[in-house]
Ligand binder design. Structure first.
Ligand code: SF4
Length: 646
């Protein structure tokens, strides 16, 4: 099949929409290959606006990995804003890629990376705009395989009817396997879509929902999930990329044309986290910890800066200060870029791993970018429940260090609605913030320091010890946050130095429905989209009422409702919608950890204590990969490219 650019049809529409630049492509380091040069063609989608989607590391990595193959091409597509969507429908312009402006429906695979479940309605909108049937069952061999990935794909059941397959875990290798299978299928004629799906289901890490039957019991819970064929696995294991130094992607990071959420170069310094925070799905599903070496990090930073011209380097991971060689990495990079404008940042920093040396290295060369610490829970008790082992003293000491070293702004992130939480646990956030300001003023000798308290509603997630928990209702969260706000603002002296940012509990309720939903929730997503729902992660587009109405009507025939999915606590024996998807974590270990949470019992990080058998390493054939390597970051040697010798 050949494919033509739709740009000539699109261009006249761009003068009528906001931010047209996001649709034109041609970013530094983007790739447009000849259509005919490739056997397999991927459209990679981030189901949100360009400014959020472009910096996404996962998609950027896959874009490069796929385009490095000579037999494959990959282009990108993002969710189009409603203004352009309306014009595209009117003028019959289909969903397109920003690289070649080719119709998404012409590609062999549409890979969609879901960082959050609130992108599901954007998937339906994109499929509809692309003129691809929304129901996977209605697609033919003329249509792309719709493949979901990203963290939300660890429970893809709510979108099971809309996708053809989901890839679990790290994507670097599985995209190659999928490409090989699609290539072979096309070479054999490419006419039997069912045969292709069966073949995809045999790739480790690939789940094909249509090949499983789900039965429900009289209580509404799942009675069984059964593969339809003997060659389809009972449980689908996740994929894990080992030896990150062998995968130094992105090598040529994309530089956004339009303003984006992150205008910096990001280097993932390690993957996985075994701190064991019980609310954290990312930490649980990405085990074990695999560090990139100090040498590998240095090479990626240098190559990436040269390729992009960025002036900020973000050292990315779930908890960057936990890298076993973080002190050497930050010192080495600060030394190397001493006389340049390049600044360093650790976007995610645990309170207890931060120290004065690190603070100094980070601020030595460039701007003091904002510091965010995440104690997550307001009281010592609730921090034991969630296994976030940070004492108030640790926090005050760390934040005071930052203020004493010149930082004026610190952000503290918490969650509200955690299991077993009471009003008192949340009100302690106010006390903590006031103590931070008092100690910070004393340490810095200044009155103009600020602390922003930022709060999100807790959403129980699949594959975590809290997967059985009752989610706090939106009303409970709203009432607690109102009390907290009053407690902060009641102190006029300290309160004026404390900012307070929070979302009401309503989006969390919807996220809760989607994260622990089963296939029946697909009817809700569809009804919301049909009622005009999209961009649900954006407060100006999100309508709680639309979701509540859709849930009431779409779930009623099944005898379940919104509360059944959200505020209901699950029992040990209940079959959970994602039990047949294997993140490596042993279900019994998760259950025991849930009981430990209720008991306020903490568990340490297996990087520093012996393995406590969560199941991942033996189950997935993996192992922890951490330093120290004993290496240091060498200063760069200036290479003369043939010009005059000094
Ligand atoms: S299996 Fe053991 S070493 Fe591996 S992540 Fe789990 S607790 Fe840690």
């Amino acid at each position: 099949m050949t494919s033509h650019s739709v740009f000539s049809d699109l261009e006249p529409l761009l003068t009528q929409v906001q931010k047209p630049i996001q649709y034109v492509g041609g970013e530094l380091n983007s790739t447009v290959k000849e259509w005919e040069s490739a056997d397999v063609r991927w459209a990679l989608m981030y189901p949100d606006a360009y400014e959020v989607g472009l910096p996404n590391q996962g998609l950027m990595i896959l874009y490069e990995v796929l385009n490095e193959r000579t037999d494959t091409l990959a282009e990108r597509t993002y969710a189009v804003w409603p203004d352009l969507a309306e014009l595209m429908r009117k003028e019959q312009v289909p969903q397109f890629t920003v690289d070649g402006h080719r119709p998404v429906k012409d590609f062999d695979v549409l890979g969609v990376s879901f960082a959050t479940e609130l992108g599901y309605t954007n998937l339906l909108e994109a499929l509809d705009l692309a003129q691809i049937p929304i129901d996977a069952a209605e697609r033919t061999s003329e249509h792309p395989i719709v493949l979901a990935g990203g963290h939300a794909a660890f429970n893809p059941e709510p979108i099971a009817n809309f996708i053809d397959a989901a890839a679990l875990g790290d994507g670097e290798q599985v995209v190659g396997d999928v490409t090989d299978v699609v290539k072979a299928w096309k070479a054999a004629g490419g006419s039997d879509r069912g045969a292709l799906l069966r073949r995809l289901a045999q790739i480790p890490g690939v789940y094909v929902p249509s090949l499983y039957d789900v039965e429900y019991g009289p209580d509404g819970a799942i009675a069984s999930v059964t593969p339809r064929h003997s060659d389809v696995p009972d449980r689908v294991p996740k994929r894990t990329t080992m030896n990150l130094d062998d995968w130094p992607y992105p090598k040529q990071p994309l530089v956004p044309l339009a303003e984006s959420v992150h205008e910096r170069m990001s280097v993932e310094i390690f993957r996985g986290c075994t701190r064991g925070c019980r609310f954290c799905q990312a930490g649980m599903i990405t085990r074990p910890v695999r560090e990139r070496s100090i040498t590998g990090i240095g090479e990626m930073v240098e190559r990436g800066l040269n390729a992009t011209g960025f002036e900020e380097v973000g050292l990315l991971s779930l908890s960057s200060a936990d890298h076993s060689e973080i002190a050497d990495i930050t010192k080495g990079l600060a030394d190397r870029y001493e006389d340049s404008k390049t600044s360093l940042s650790l976007p995610s920093t645990r309170v207890d791993a931060f120290n004065i040396d690190l603070a100094n290295e980070l601020s030595r060369n460039g701007r003091r970018s904002g510091l965010t610490f995440a104690p997550e829970g307001g009281s010592e008790r609730i921090r034991k429940v969630i296994n976030k082992m940070v004492s108030k003293e640790d926090l005050i000491r760390t934040v005071t260090t930052a203020y004493a070293n010149g930082w004026r702004q610190v952000k503290l992130y918490f969650m509200c609605g955690l299991p077993t939480e009471t009003d008192e646990d949340v009100l302690e956030i106010a006390e903590m913030a006031k103590e931070v300001i008092t100690a910070g003023r004393a340490a810095s000798g200044r009155n103009d320091i600020r602390c922003t308290v930022s709060i999100g509603g807790f959403v129980p997630k699949a594959h975590t010890p809290f997967q059985w928990a009752s989610q706090a209702s939106a009303q409970t969260i709203d009432e607690r946050l109102a009390k907290l706000k009053a407690a902060i603002t009641s102190d006029r002296n300290l309160g004026r130095s404390i900012g307070f940012r929070y979302h009401d509990g309503k989006p969390s309720e919807v996220e809760g429905l989607l994260s622990r939903g089963d296939r029946r929730v697909g009817a809700v997503i569809r009804a919301v989209w049909e009622a005009g729902g999209k961009f649900d992660g954006w407060s100006e587009h999100f309508s709680h009422e639309r979701w509540v109405d859709a849930a009431a009507s779409a779930l009623a025939p099944y005898g379940v409702d919104l509360a059944w999915y959200t505020t209901r606590e699950r029992g040990e024996d209940e079959i959970l919608p994602w039990d047949h998807l294997d993140s490596g974590l042993d279900k019994q270990w998760l259950w025991d950890d849930w009981l430990d949470a209720i008991d306020e019992t903490e568990v340490d990080d297996c990087r520093w204590i012996p393995c406590y058998d969560c199941g991942v390493c033996p189950g997935m054939g993996t192992d922890i990969q951490i330093g120290p390597t004993g290496k240091t970051l060498l200063p760069l040697t200036v290479v003369n490219n043939g010009g005059d010798q000094a």
